[in-house]
Design a protein around this ligand. Sequence first.
Ligand code: XIL
Length: 374
Amino acid sequence: MLTKTLIFAQSALIAALAASAAAQAPTTLKDAYKNDFPIGAAINAAQISGSDARGDAILKEQFNSISPENALKWERIHPQPGKYDFTLADQYVALGQEFHLFTVGHCLVWHNQVPGWVFRDDKGNLLGREALLARLREHIQTVVGRYKGKIQSWDVVNEALNDDGTLRPSMWLKIIGPDYIEKAFAYAHEADPAAQLTYNDYNIEFAAKQAGAIALVKKLKAGGIPIAVVGIQAHLQPDSPTAEQEDAAITAFAALGVKVAISELDINILPLPGHGPTADVTLKLAQDPALNPYAKGLPEEAQQKIADRYQALFQVFAKHRADLQRVTFWGISDGDSWLNDWPIAGRTNYPLLFDRNGKTKPAFDTVIRAAAYN
Ligand code: XIL
């Protein structure tokens, strides 16, 4: 009898402990990583303007940082000479203010999503160096100045490097020369001295491009340019770059005395024939149903593969908590992701932690679990 009572008491105690552990276990991303780094999401126009109620509910519950997927890019915010359109950008920043989110600006200088007029005079001739620098300074002063103190971190220069680590032959480089990067950082600093200024790129986990990025950061620092952060975009394939490569890349950049942002995280499970990891937004491949294998759903095995991959990645991120400014997903739910339309329009992809119905996926659970690592 006594033994029976003891066993009963014991199992009641175990049940109570389990229940209280469950009650205490973090159930949101931002809680799970609250002592580590902000967890961000890139948000789209529907989420910024409030017309995606489900997306906004997930954002407010789970995330404590935002990035603008497109709303602050040059073509959106400054579509014509002398004409700015801050409608969506203002709403974006107001959302960040209202919900106390670490608010990222993306991006000031890029070779994509920048209108052609930026590089030409009103007769259509290419601008000279000084004229383009003046235009760049005006843009940066206007945009960064408008959100001074409200955008905490700016991607000042995006994707300036080729995969071999040399400077990409963009219009910025061709017209201004390699110091367009220093100039952009200096203008941004002038406009908001407190903003954390970032160089952002993809594939800087790989040796040659990483060496180029390291050389760039060293050069900026040597010239007294206030670069505070390197953004590793982390648009990942199922097997590459590996978690070990992320680990090594964070270590390498942190050693330069900057923070690292994992700035655009997603995992692309769909085939990208003929291409290694890339985030070149201009890449286009032909429609082919064979390249859209999971249109009707993701097999359990593939679902688990993404979950395991995210677990390994977040174990690395958790370990590097002191080095990381934030970890930002490039979207909230699978249905929002740019990877449904790039580099082939209309595919069905599964890159994020929330499914098309806004429900958490197995990868959400592994990411929460990885927070306990270390
Ligand atoms: C992507 C957006 O997600 C798409 O909506 C848009 O059509 C193209 O740009 N690297 C970046 C991001 O720095 O700005 C890109 O975002 C994805 C790759």
